[in-house]
Write a protein that binds this ligand. Structure first.
Ligand SMILES: Cc1cc2nc3c(=O)[nH]c(=O)nc-3n(C[C@H](O)[C@H](O)[C@H](O)COP(=O)(O)OP(=O)(O)OC[C@H]3O[C@@H](n4cnc5c(N)ncnc54)[C@H](O)[C@@H]3O)c2cc1C
Length: 482
């Protein structure tokens, strides 16, 4: 079968895209220059929204089995809690953040896939407007040309595809160095399902649980020139900034790192798309990087599938990928940058004021809930999407571009819209020209009146009154390019 989509890069983002396209029956090939997946813990947090989206391929339960559920994050000063944000109240089947090493996340995704497309390195592309021809090199030096309808660059922060396209990676490097250490920590007397971030006048130290007794420790190191870091350096920082009485040992990964905050302006150039770190990199504060990439992949997959299966207008759908995900990445960059800078504040008087204000602000329950919604990515919305149809307020449905919660798993039956209709009997007649775009399982809510069309990724496309067939046909006509 010819390759509809070539995916370059089998990190978490490329694997998610491959999994979603397979679910939709789209022929794809996934290549990676590396023969094996990462053996590093790298991204640890998988948030509620990613789990909801990965649940449709059965990956969420396998991830949960391999990970640890955390129910709250605490910002502390010594032994005093400044803020506690709980995830228990999240309106999701997954009201927690899952801590799982990225190596495990990749293993689970890989195991869900039938086959990857080989240990080959992407080197070059030619997009002639009809197909993309990629030159790849096998480990023995043999060159191969792969012709595909579409190419997805999921090839990480140094993306060769982004370089080939000449796309500027706009943004900055955060001044200073950070420390990352995967260590055993003893002496914690905190709840095991909460993870702490300590703010101290000399900087931050955060503890992200990996396994019982094992943590990823992250700390900012200021502008000090970096010599070789040792376990003693980690212990000194933990003693200075932590709650006291902690002992670190058995270090399996210790590295300095810098933080870049960068993104491309467009996630699409002709027949080529960028997703994940290839398109945006941000501060690790908030653990949003990998989750944002996974959600890029989910957003792109159903749109490609609909276009490849000739159900949809390529321009509307595929351009909306870049518009929606670029706006989201801008927001994530802003939020994670703000979290980092607030935590790293150096001025002592400013720190006291910060701690006071944050305690007051997060004492307000709506602020606290809002923070949990933002961190969990349940609040991701596409308000400015060209895909949004009309809205009929007062029916109890979310607005177009917002996540449809509480109706189970949308998009599990393929790349089709789901319709919620008060009176499902008429649907097949009224929408006869568009039934190929709609899941046959029409849902009929008992409590809500009117109709709501939901995208395959679970975001609302339009809402209308119970006889709003014209709104539906106009929208579906627009999507199908009629
Ligand atoms: C040290 C470290 C710690 C991190 N900690 C966190 C964290 O706590 N939380 C968080 O959210 N994020 C964290 N991240 C970031 C997170 O790892 C990334 O956001 C995530 O890996 C992005 O996934 P991706 O699939 O886009 O890219 P990657 O995981 O980088 O995968 C890209 C893939 O493309 C392949 N590739 C590259 N070039 C080619 C080529 N020419 N041909 C074929 N294949 C190619 C690579 O081999 C790789 O497998 C961390 C990253 C690092 C490095």
């Amino acid at each position: 079968m010819p390759t509809s989509v070539l995916i370059s890069g089998a990190g978490p983002v490329g694997l998610t895209l491959a999994l979603e396209l397979s679910r939709f029956g789209v022929p794809r090939r996934t290549i990676d220059k590396s023969a094996s997946r990462t053996d590093k813990s790298k991204a640890l947090a998988v948030w509620s929204r990613s789990l909801e989206l990965l649940d449709r391929s059965g990956a969420a339960s396998a991830l949960i089995e391999a990970g640890r559920k955390m129910h709250a994050v605490k910002i502390m000063s010594g032994r005093k809690t400044i803020v506690r944000v709980s995830f228990d109240g999240l309106a999701s089947p997954f009201p927690f953040v899952l801590m799982i090493p990225q190596s495990e996340t990749e293993r689970v995704l890989e195991e869900k896939l039938e086959a990857l497309g080989g240990n080959v390195e992407f080197v070059d592309l030619v997009d002639d407007g009809k197909t993309v021809t990629s030159t790849v090199v096998h480990p023995d030096g043999r060159k191969e040309l792969i012709v595909s309808d579409w190419l997805a660059g999921c090839d990480g922060a140094h993306s060769p595809i982004r370089h080939q396209l000449g796309m500027p990676f706009e943004g900055d490097t955060v001044p200073g160095t950070f420390l990352l250490a995967d260590v055993h920590v003893s002496g914690f007397d905190m709840q095991e399902d909460e993870f702490p971030i300590f703010w101290h006048k000399s900087g931050i130290v955060a503890f992200f649980p990996i396994a019982t007794g094992r943590y990823r420790v992250i700390a900012d190191m200021g502008a000090e020139p970096q010599r070789g870091l040792t376990l003693e350096d980690v212990q000194a920082i933990v003693d200075q900034r932590g709650p006291g009485g902690l002992v670190v040992s058995d270090c399996v990964w210790l590295a300095p790192f810098t933080i870049n905050e960068r993104k491309v302006r467009d996630f699409r150039a002709g027949r080529v798309f960028l997703a994940g770190d290839a398109a945006h990199i941000q501060s690790p504060a908030g653990g949003q990087g990998m989750n944002t990439g996974i959600q890029d992949a989910v957003n792109l997959a159903w749109k490609l599938a609909m276009v490849i299966k000739d159900r949809a207008d390529p321009e509307l759908l595929l351009d909306s990928y870049s518009i929606e995900r670029s706006a989201n990445a801008t927001q994530v960059l802003k939020d994670s940058g703000r979290m980092l800078r607030v935590g790293m504040m150096q001025n002592v008087a400013g720190q006291a004021m910060r701690d006071f204000l944050i305690r007051k602000l997060f004492g307000l329950s709506f602020v606290n809930h809002r923070a949990a919604d933002r961190l969990s990515e349940l609040a991701v919305a596409y308000d400015q999407s060209p895909l949004n149809g009309p809205e009929m307020k007062g029916l109890g449905f979310p607005s177009p571009g917002h996540r449809m919660a509480g109706f189970g798993t949308f998009g599990s039956n393929g790349a089709r819209f789901s319709l919620i209709a008060a009176d499902p009997a008429d649907v097949a007649v009224r929408l006869k020209d568009y039934m190929h775009l709609i899941d046959g399982d029409i849902r009929s809510p008992s409590a809500l009146d009117g109709m709501c069309l939901v995208r395959p990724d679970g975001y609302v496309a339009l809402t209308t009154h119970r006889d709003g067939w014209e709104d539906l046909t106009a929208f579906l006509g627009r999507v199908s390019g009629a």
